[in-house]
Each structure stands twice: as structure tokens, then as C-alpha cells.
Design a protein around this ligand. Structure first.
Ligand SMILES: *Cc1c(COP(=O)(O)O)cnc(C)c1O
Length: 475
């Protein structure tokens, strides 16, 4: 199994980025619950034949869709060790918990947080955003909100930018506050939150007798990679006494890159930061993180007082507080090990270089778009995400209208994905359909960017021909 998976990683370039699973692969899984035993080699064969070739492809250097990390063999091996050990990271007096505590200490150090800050590895930033919001809700409503629920919850209001991730609104929903309590603040030309508009929204809500309690700034928006003005938002949050949360899902780890870190100034003033090690950090899925400045508040949000008081000072039930006191999960996987291995083996500087390199590749792609008449950049390139489109023409050479252009680009995107050459994803920028390349994988090099550009141009030209000949034939 190890040989096969290493071969797979070593020869990624010889395979398509993505290939839709054929029906035979899907049907191979459709049979009744096996009651008897079968050979391990059979399960392995099925995996190699029907699963491995048809994954989404985010380990592949040509994968540029959404914001997916590439993973590493180091993380893979650590994951194997973690599974072999089968540690349950909910708590107890055991060394695996110390590994997670070391990770928390490293994260505190990286982000310049005090010793009293707490942290927890979670599934991903969606969960970390939700938990950050719950800590802020606890801070706003106080201890009684745990037994009594949201007696005053209908007055709480939260703020984020129009470019924020869906998981912020979802967090309000899941927290029982309702998505209508979230104000989506307008963004400027650089897709950053408009702080004057934020200030006005807060004032209006206060005037209406509401309780503004949570501002979620974004460091690296998912559609274009914009970073909200963190310093100005930190100032405002401080003046207004509102919780300052940063959704730094992918870009917070830019702190490891000397050229990106200055763009993140102000993040160190956050009350909580949510981010992922499985994106720019290259740790295999899943590895999200929540960092909270006030560790005591964090613990009081989640710890069950009964469980907490029954801890021992010695023996296997010692070592409080436990990770399970800082979140909703009691049983927890050993995510800390693959994360610790990744930092221990590569070091923060090397990971920072990978991050800088993905941004350099994004600038290279921006340059190729600028040099190509048939391509148009649709959003400024702040970090590693490039949104662009193919400029199609009709049979008489006139530029396509926006509606036809959107349709053509949506078709180009799917055709390029199906070609297996590259896998960008799509988004809308100011109402226009954009092909979006998010360069996250440490394996991606300039030749992969060239392959993407060539594939978009060739596919665009071919589809255009199709449109023209259809038009000629009166379809
Ligand atoms: C990816 C992302 C999320 C969600 O993170 P998951 O790890 O997928 O749950 C939230 N916010 C932003 C800005 C993201 O890029």
C-alpha cells in the first residue's frame, strides 16, 4: 500500500488532474453489507482501481480549484502513525495531548498571542468560525446564557463583508441568532470591507436598540483573496467594545511568509482567529484551528462544569483542562500529529516560501493574462487567486455580450476541468462569470500556469468555432 501511494504521488504529473468516475467505479461500491470476511488485498485492489484515480485531484500540481491544499508525504506518514496509535485526543493524561498543546503554543507564537490564549484543532474553518462566534456570544450574554439560552439573543447583531465566506452566515444560523442578524458590509474596489460603512451599520443598530457583538473580518476572501483592513477594524472593534474575529481560513498562515506577513498587520489584535492548516499549510485533510485570546472565556464557553470538577490531579484522568473543554467534541482524532510533523520537518520558513511562491505564480498568471488579448483579468490579484475570463467574439468578430460571455466561460471552465489538464473553479466577480485559479499547492510550477492558459485559449477558440458554425446552420 505504501509503495502504491508513493508511486501515485511521484507520478501525479502523468495522470489527469481530475477524471469523472465512470459508472463501473460507482457501481463497484453498490452491494449489500458484507457479512463474511474477505482478503485485505481485495479492499486494496478496489481502492486502487475505483477510488484513487477518481479523487478531486487537489494533490495534483494542475489543481487550482476552490482553495484546496496539496498535502505532503510527511503528513501522510504522520497520519498513519496517528491511526496506528489510535489516540483519542479528547483529553486524559497522555503525551498526544502534549503534542496538541505544543501546536497551540506554536500558533500563539506565530500570531503574537499571549500565553493565556487557547487553541484547538478542529475539522476546518467552518467549525472554527462557528466556535469563535459561540465564544463571542458567551462573552456578550454571560454565564447565564448557558443554562437559560438566548433570552436576549434576538438583539445581537454581527458584521462581515459582502465577500465573506458562507460559513459566517451559517454560524449565526447554527448559533440560533439567525442569518438576518448578520450585516453584510459593502466592499471597496479591492474587495475589502468598507470600514466607514461598518461604522455606520453599527451606529444604526445601536440606535435601534440592538446589541452589536461580533465583527468577522476576512484575511484572504475565498473568491478573490482580499484582506480586509484589519488595523482599522481592530481600532473600531476596540472603540465599540465588539468581539473582533478574523476568518483567516487560508491566508492567516501567510504570517509565515516575510512578504505576506505585513499585509496581515492588525490580525494579532484579534479576539479570535480561525484558519486551516489543510490549505496553505499543506497538512493533509482535515486540520482547522481556532485561536482565542482569552483562554478562560473559551473554556467557560464549552466546558461542562460537572465534568470539569470531577477531574483528578493524578492518574490517567489528570492533566486538566483537556482539549474537550474547549469545544463540542469529546472524542477527537490526533490531527495534532500530522500538523506537528509538518512544522517539525519542513519548518515555518520553508512553508512560508511555499506560500510566497504561490503568490508569485499568481502574479505570473496575471502577467500572462495581461499579455494575451483574448484574456481579461476580472479582479485585482492580492495574493494567490486570479479571476479572469476568455473574451469571445461572434462570427463577425464582435465582442460577445456579457450574457453570452458568461455562458461561454462557464463552458470553457467545465471543458478544461474535463480535459484533465488543469482544474480551476468558477466564481462571479461583480456579476460576471469568472474562471478562478487559486494556487495553493506546493507542487504547482510556472509550467502548470502555462498549461492552464493554453487550455483556456484552445478550449475558448474551439467552443467559439462551435457557436459560429451553429449560427451558420441556423441553430
Ligand atoms: C475555506 C474557507 C472557509 C471554510 O473552511 P473549511 O476548512 O473548508 O471549513 C472559510 N472561510 C474562508 C475565507 C475560506 O477560504
Amino acid at each position: 500500500m505504501l509503495d502504491d501511494i508513493f508511486d501515485h504521488l511521484q507520478h501525479l504529473r502523468d495522470t489527469p488532474v481530475w477524471h469523472p468516475a465512470p459508472d463501473v467505479a460507482r457501481t463497484a461500491f453498490q452491494h449489500a453489507l458484507p457479512h463474511g470476511e474477505s482478503d485485505l488485498s481485495l479492499a486494496h485492489d478496489i481502492f486502487m482501481r475505483e477510488v484513487l484515480p477518481y479523487a478531486a485531484g487537489n494533490s495534483h500540481p494542475g489543481f487550482m480549484g476552490w482553495v484546496h491544499g496539496g498535502g505532503t508525504p510527511v503528513g501522510m506518514l504522520a497520519e498513519m502513525l496517528a491511526a496506528g496509535l489510535n489516540a483519542n485526543l479528547g483529553g486524559r493524561n497522555q503525551m498526544p495531548v502534549e503534542v496538541e498543546r505544543q501546536m497551540v503554543a506554536w500558533v500563539r507564537e506565530l500570531f503574537g498571542f499571549p500565553e493565556t490564549a487557547s487553541g484547538l484543532l478542529v475539522t476546518g474553518t467552518s467549525m472554527a468560525n462557528f466556535m469563535g462566534l459561540l465564544v463571542a456570544r458567551f462573552a456578550a450574554l454571560g454565564e447565564s446564557s448557558r443554562p437559560e439560552g438566548l433570552t436576549d439573543g434576538h438583539r445581537l447583531t454581527a458584521y462581515t463583508s459582502a465577500g465573506a465566506h458562507l460559513s459566517i452566515a451559517q454560524a449565526l444560523d447554527m448559533a440560533g441568532l439567525g442569518t438576518a442578524a448578520l450585516r453584510k458590509i459593502a466592499v471597496d474596489e479591492q474587495h475589502r470591507m468598507d470600514v466607514a460603512a461598518l461604522e455606520r451599520a453599527i451606529a444604526a443598530d445601536r440606535a435601534a436598540g440592538l446589541m452589536p457583538f461580533f465583527i468577522a473580518a476576512t484575511a484572504g476572501t475565498v473568491d478573490v483573496g482580499a484582506i480586509d483592513p484589519l488595523e482599522a477594524i481592530a481600532d473600531l472593534a476596540q472603540r465599540e467594545q465588539i468581539w473582533f474575529h478574523v476568518d483567516g481560513a487560508y491566508a492567516a498562515l501567510g504570517k509565515m511568509a516575510p512578504d505576506i506577513a505585513p499585509l496581515l498587520l492588525g490580525m494579532e489584535r484579534a479576539d479570535s482567529i480561525a484558519f486551516d492548516f489543510h490549505k496553505w499549510g499543506q497538512v493533509p485533510y482535515d486540520a482547522g484551528f481556532l485561536l482565542v485570546r482569552d483562554g478562560e472565556l473559551h473554556r467557560r464557553t464549552f466546558s461542562s462544569p460537572a465534568a470539569y470538577l470531577h477531574r483528578e490531579t493524578r492518574g490517567l484522568a489528570g492533566g486538566s483542562p483537556w482539549p474537550c473543554d474547549f469545544g463540542p467534541d469529546l472524542s477527537r482524532s490526533f490531527r495534532a500529529l500530522k500538523t506537528w510533523f509538518t512544522l517539525q520537518v519542513y519548518g515555518a520558513d520553508k512553508l512560508g516560501q511555499v506560500i510566497s511562491h504561490t503568490c508569485e505564480l499568481a502574479r505570473y498568471l496575471r502577467g500572462r493574462i495581461a499579455d494575451t488579448a483574448r484574456l481579461e483579468l476580472l479582479a485585482p490579484v492580492a495574493l494567490n487567486i486570479v479571476c479572469f475570463r476568455y473574451l469571445g467574439a461572434d462570427a463577425s468578430g464582435r465582442a460577445l455580450d456579457d450574457f453570452s460571455s458568461d455562458r461561454l466561460n462557464a463552458e470553457i471552465l467545465i471543458a478544461v476541468q474535463e480535459s484533465g489538464i488543469a482544474a480551476p473553479s468558477g466564481t462571479h466577480v461583480k456579476g460576471r462569470f469568472a474562471i478562478r485559479a487559486a494556487i495553493v499547492n506546493h507542487r504547482t510550477v510556472a509550467a502548470d500556469i502555462d498549461a492552464l492558459v493554453d487550455a483556456v485559449l484552445a478550449t475558448g477558440a474551439a467552443l467559439e468555432q462551435g457557436i459560429h458554425s451553429k449560427a451558420e446552420h441556423g441553430n
